[in-house]
Design a protein around this ligand. Structure first.
Ligand code: AMP
Length: 217
């Protein structure tokens, strides 16, 4: 089963993906995580995209497409996986069309798009309070789910920091980019008759997971 997790920044795509990947044996492909890992490792790609990530703008389509090509090939080569789950991709119409082309070449398809619906005000509150472990990428929330020891990850002891693009000025830009460039992709999938499941992402994490599982059953 191949899925696209869709929704604005802060709608809980990463949190839900971490749960769904075990449940459905899927490779979780987050272009944001892959780009941040490249920044932390200081690779050529990382140096190229660092400032773009910090600004909340999008990196170029060809850069993320290469990451997706590699991730999809890796999934195909792993017999214990039943498919992939894209998180944060596609984000532009160009990316959606290029993914369509890649899948046609390989005889693959998107089985469903899951849309996490959360309103702008709630997303701004969530992102402002979000903190992330630099080592294992565990996600915390200062109001609802803080680390037990301030600044330290419960899971691995790594440093828990605020992502540079979770600072207030950048959050609003990221949401504007989502509305202008990403949301229109849903119409493209609607016209392509890909099943689209809209889920209220404003509820408790467990409730959202159950709603997604029900929708996919
Ligand atoms: P995310 O963790 O998905 O919110 O992504 C963090 C940042 O990485 C975004 O604000 C973009 O700068 C970049 N990024 C992630 N995925 C994409 C994509 N599909 N296309 C372009 N830029 C991306």
């Amino acid at each position: 089963m191949n899925l696209v997790l869709f929704g604005p920044p802060g709608s809980g795509k990463g949190t839900q993906a971490a749960r769904l990947k075990e449940r459905f044996a899927l490779e979780h492909v987050s272009t944001g995580d892959l780009l941040r890992a490249a920044v932390v490792e200081g690779t050529g790609l990382g140096r190229k995209v660092q400032d773009i990530l910090a600004s909340g703008e999008l990196v170029s389509d060809d850069v993320v497409l290469e990451l997706i090509r590699e991730a999809v090939a890796k999934t195909e080569a792993n017999p214990s996986l039943r498919g992939w789950m894209l998180d944060g991709f596609p984000r532009t119409m160009g990316q959606a069309q290029a993914l369509g082309g890649l899948l046609r070449e390989q005889g693959g398809r998107i089985d469903a798009v899951v849309v996490l619906e959360v309103d702008r005000k709630a997303v701004i509150e969530r992102l402002s309070a979000r903190r992330t472990c630099v080592e294992c990428r565990a996600v915390y929330n200062l109001t609802g789910n803080p680390p037990r020891q301030e600044g330290k990850c419960d899971r691995c002891g790594g440093n828990v920091i605020q992502r540079s693009d979770d600072e207030p000025a950048t959050i609003s830009n990221r949401l504007d980019v989502y509305e202008a460039q990403t949301r229109p992709i849903l119409e493209y999938y609607e016209s392509d008759r890909v099943p689209i499941h809209r889920v209220d992402g404003g509820r408790r994490v467990d409730e959202v997971t159950s709603a997604i599982e029900d929708a996919l059953r």
